[in-house]
Design a protein around this ligand. Sequence first.
Ligand code: NDP
Length: 502
Amino acid sequence: MDRFDNFIDGRFVPPVGGAYLETENPFTGKAWALIPRSSAADVDEAVAAAARAFRSPAWAGISATDRARHLRRLGEAVADHAAELAEAEVRDNGKTYKEMLKQLQNTAEWYHFFGGLADKITGEVLPVDAKDHLTYTRAEPLGVIGMITPWNSPLRLLAWKLAPALAAGNTAVIKPSEFTSTATLRFAAIAHEAGIPAGVINVVCGLGQEVGQPLADHRDVAKIAFTGGVGSGTAVYVSAARRLAPVTLELGGKSPNIVFADANLDSAATGVAAGIFASGGQSCVAGSRLLVQREVHDAMVERVVAIARGLRMGDPMHPDTHVGPVATRPQYERILACIAMALDEGAHLAHGGKPLDAAGPGLFIEPTVFTNVSNGMRIAQEEVFGPVLCVIPFSDEEDALRLANDSAFGLGAGVWTGNIGRAHRMAAGLQAGSVWVNTYRMTSQIVPFGGYKASGIGREGGADMIKAYLQTKSVWVNLNDHFASPFGPVQAAGVQAAGRAQ
Ligand code: NDP
């Protein structure tokens, strides 16, 4: 079995405690590598290295132009190694190679985009009333950023944090998911080869409780940027709150795809099926609730089920495969438990619902469609993070908005309609961080992404988001030779005025 080590201060180092965890390939269902089972001691080492790098001449001492150059080189290195990194991710999480390759190619763009901003970070001179003062702001980096990433799109979701953080001059300690650590370790080495100085990017692998938690608790970590589920996100938020550290949290969703009777139904069905079955539903913005206007309910279900039937599941490396396996064994079991729960609640199974052993030796579940679902059922409220679609009928716009917003989450929403006014009315009324009209699941480094309500705090992407990794210092400079006493003339007892001492 291959063995991987942590990446700290520019080199691979074994975990302090010497323990390792097996990592499984979800397609073969077999363990293929060992990753470090690190502890708080490894986190301490990585944070110390990142703190040193944050103050080092090689990073803090370089010009903004050079930092921008570093990010551009990193983007080029990711693009050059996209195929290798995509393959590593497929081995880790079972998503199709086609999808991961596209993701990696786009991931490079994040480093280019934020690299372009690195030398455009400026303060301001402020027109204060006190004319004898020069008053300005400085935008300064925060320090060491702790980054905790999930298993579904490890390097892409890392870039959403790392690109703006580095562009702003911070350094990073990354805790990847225990299920998908190897691509992140390889990425860190590639970044180092591309010239990112030692200690700027560190990776510590292991379990959430044993590595993620000490990272979130660490007093020398200035901010935590987290993507994952609500439970772990809340734990991280509480840890950070205890020491008043800021967070960015990208959490889960139960996103609605809303289809009106006036929509192009074939196009809507393609979008709905892609929204929930692409990546096997293991996407934070999976459109897991299909809200459909009553008069086209049957026509839509028929179309979506027909697409589900036609999806080829199998080897994620094969170019003809549409959907790979579920990424992790616990997730596989959770999806099957959610399907059983929906049946118990009285949902009607229109398609799928079972493991698909014929697709390969690993963890496959059929694309699944439930009808006869009401929005109050647990299957309509809880995130499954798998290929499970709930179909819920609605009567009119008002009803659609009520159902769509009746959720603890608010990450994404799709609206399918031929009526332009309705599209914008819905976009305004939906409580979601992203609304897609007659399209779904679009993201870009240029566009902010994040959640309303329990789907998160803060945004990732968009030029403004570099500010999430900066803090403002205000500087007041007295232009006079003397500080004007607020007391008027005061004879300080026993002290002669400066400059007149004999
Ligand atoms: P988890 O919340 O289980 O894990 C996310 C990361 O947090 C992992 O690295 C995990 O480590 C770590 N972690 C777990 N517990 C703690 C803790 N107490 N303290 C610190 N870190 C901890 O999420 P998944 O990996 O299962 O990912 C799926 C979730 O991510 C879904 O809910 C999905 O919606 C969400 N997601 C959100 C996105 C968004 O942008 N909003 C995008 C993609 C996914 P380990 O796995 O090693 O235990």
